[in-house]
Ligand binder design. Structure first.
Ligand code: ADP
Ligand code: MG
Ligand code: ZN
Length: 639
């Protein structure tokens, strides 16, 4: 199984961008509004109805009482009349609207002489309570409305800010005086060529006059290319850190929104901001999200993406030669980029960052080892040797996993053993000890892995075996860890052929030992068939076609506007011949694998039996088993 280098790290976001605290929820607001309504209505009923033990009478009754002389005084408060009787009773009634109390009483037959015996006071309604009483019937609803409007404006304001900032750039800015987030070239291990190339840019940003005086045109765009996790983002930050300029960082995918034109407006905004803060670096991470080849129709075409890309190009073209803004971009898919991005005056400087080699890996490990306490036995050279194909990001998480393991086992120092275990964890995912195989499954898996290992040890161009295990990890039921003796830049046809035979080892053994095939080898088959096809169509490694390539990379094909399933570069007949050639390679590899497991069947059974017993065999023990069966372990790689 090949090492997987697709670990990615979340971008660290500067604390400046933290969101405002959460607003009151709708339910809380509704609760408050309801409570207010309750208070107001109960207050209203209290004030309006007054004390309830008072008898209510009609105005005519009051008039006749006044006429009979039993009433001592009448108190008028607005329309409310409260009559004090001579016997101490208090009765209330309502005055007629639009006529004075005396008029009403006279109207009901009270003579002025009788009226004179009654003391009438009209309380001028006190300002507040008067108005309160006037409005209290509506007050509840008004208050409720106000609350509702307030609540919605708050919401709207939130949304409004979003709608307004829609077209604004979402760039994260790191200012040069921000020492906490400062990264320099010292924090980036290895990548010597890249650093040299970028040192020139740093020089310009520090010292633009020197360049401008001599009439040198300053590069506008630098494209960092390399596999995921090789430190592209880190390097871009380091350039800003070294030069001491502002760093505007945005990810390509952040430009792409639902609405056409938003991305373009964000780009405009971003460039405007950067020009105001110049000297500055604009960093567009994962630029392939917006910078894919335009107009291929692959994925249905995307107007928004194209407009955004056009705007980036327009902005870069519009740079004055004296502008001290440099655009950096990163991608791990340079092959899919639109050629317009790579034209002179745009991203014409290209910096490639490769996976680190052994020495660089050691340097990267040292950087990430800094704040960790290590036991004496830790030897980072050995770790670097055992991690070919690891990216900087993988090495970072390896160190981290090591520390976690040590902490989990309550040790205060990280030991070599922790780091070794972390290699496999990063490479293959965590062990799934809970995933118990049945007795039969265990046996099949053991034979399957023993098959891979045995063929790998017998074939001269395959990688040596470091470890075999039938403890499932990630998606694999078991695994055989092969590691090359040294880093490889080039692979030969012989290596490929042996690799295919090794991949088929599991399948061959399952068939031979159990007369049946499980789903276990499915991934092995996919990988090896794809490899065989590449040998024929890309690398000119088949005898039949010799030195011909039938397929470029995807980008190359898409650039000519062809659909994905059309092979415009060769005929139907050739297509059938390619298929036949792939089948032949697979069949030969199968025969080779079969022959090896048949000849060394005793060794195969010994390995598998031991695996069932102990589940994991390390390199030393494994080599003892095969030596006992007359197979020499590999010490040097034949190329
Ligand atoms: P990329 O952008 O190429 O995918 P990053 O720059 O995001 O990779 O790298 C992720 C992390 O991996 C970095 O934050 C750093 O911790 C580590 N890393 C990668 N390359 C290096 C390196 N050359 N030196 C030190 N650390 C590295
Ligand atoms: Mg990155
Ligand atoms: Zn397998």
């Amino acid at each position: 199984m090949p090492p997987q280098n697709n670990k990615q790290h979340g971008r660290k976001q500067s604390p400046k961008n933290s969101r405002p605290p959460a607003r009151w929820s709708f339910m809380t607001m509704l609760g408050f509004a309801f409570l207010a309504l309750l208070v107001v209505t109960s207050a209203y009923s209290y004030f309006v109805s007054g004390p309830t033990n008072v008898a209510k009478i009609s105005l005519t009754e009051l008039a006749s009482d006044v006429a009979s002389g039993t009433v001592a005084s009448i108190d008028q408060n607005n329309s409310d009349l409260s009559a004090q009787y001579k016997n101490g009773e208090v009765k209330t009634t309502e005055a007629e609207p639009n006529s004075s109390l005396t008029d009403s009483l006279v109207h009901y037959g009270v003579t002025p002489a009788e009226l004179a015996t009654v003391k009438i006071t009209v309380e001028s309604p006190s300002g507040f309570w008067f108005w309160f009483e006037q409005f209290s019937p509506f007050l509840g609803s008004i208050l409720f409305l106000i609350l509702l409007v307030w609540f919605f404006t708050r919401q709207m304001r939130g949304a409004g800010v979003q709608a307004l900032s829609f077209g604004q750039s979402k760039a994260r800015v790191t200012m040069p005086d921000d020492t906490k987030q400062k990264v320099t070239f010292k924090d980036v291990a290895g990548a010597k060529e890249a650093k040299q190339e970028l040192a020139e840019i740093v020089d310009f940003l520090r010292n633009p006059k020197k360049f401008l005086d001599i009439g040198a045109a300053i590069p506008k765009g630098i494209l960092l290319m390399g596999p995921a996790g090789t430190g592209k983002t880190l390097l871009a930050r380091a350039v800003a850190g070294e030069a001491g300029v502002a760093f505007f960082s945005v990810s390509g995918s952040e430009f792409v929104e639902m609405f056409v034109g938003v991305g373009a407006s964000r780009v405009r905004d971003l460039f405007k901001m950067a020009k105001q803060t110049a000297p500055a670096i604009i960093f567009v991470d994962e630029i392939d999200a917006v910078g894919r080849v335009r107009g291929t129709g692959v994925g249905g075409g995307n107007d928004e993406r194209e407009q955004t890309l056009n705007q980036i190009l327009v902005e870069m073209d519009g740079f004055e030669p004296t502008e001290k803004v440099i655009v950096m971009a990163a991608t791990n898919r340079p092959d899919v980029l639109d050629p317009a991005l790579l034209r002179p005056g745009r991203f014409d400087r290209r910096v490639t960052i490769d996976l680190p080699d052994r020495a660089d890996r050691e340097e990267i490990l040292k950087i990430h080892a800094k704040k960790k306490p290590f036991a004496e036995d830790v030897d980072l050279t050995v770790i670097a040797e055992r991690t070919p194909g690891f990216s900087g990001a993988d090495l970072y998480s390896l160190m981290n996993e090591g520390a976690i393991l040590a902490a989990r086992e309550n040790r205060n120092k990280v030991a070599q053993f922790d780091l070794i275990r972390s290699i496999e964890k990063v490479m293959l995912g965590p062990e799934r000890k809970s995933h118990i195989l049945s007795k039969k499954e265990k046996e099949i898996t053991a034979y399957h892995e023993a098959g891979h290992a045995l063929i790998s040890s017998v074939l001269p161009h395959a990688d040596p075996v470091h470890k075999i295990s039938i403890i499932s990890r990630g998606r694999a039921a078991g695994y055989t860890l092969h590691l090359p003796l040294e880093d490889r830049r080039l692979q030969s046809k012989k290596q490929f052929l042996d690799d295919i035979a090794v991949s088929l080892g599991g399948y061959v053994v399952e068939k031979m030992m159990f007369g049946d095939v499980t789903t276990g080898p499915s991934n092995d088959l996919q990988v090896s068939t794809a490899l065989a096809r590449d040998m024929v169509t890309k690398y000119g490694m088949s005898d039949k076609f010799g030195a011909q390539a039938f397929e470029g990379n995807e980008g190359g094909r898409a650039m000519f506007g062809r659909g994905l399933d059309e092979h415009g570069e060769y005929s139907q007949k050739v297509s059938a011949e390619i298929d036949a050639e792939v089948s032949r390679i697979m069949a030969e590899a199968f025969a080779k694998a079969e022959e090896i497991v048949t000849t060394h069947r005793a060794a195969l059974e010994a390995i598998a039996k031991r695996l069932v017993e102990v589940e994991t065999i390390e390199r030393d023990e494994y080599e003892k088993i095969i030596v006992a069966h007359g197979i020499q372990p590999k010490r040097k790689l034949e190329i």
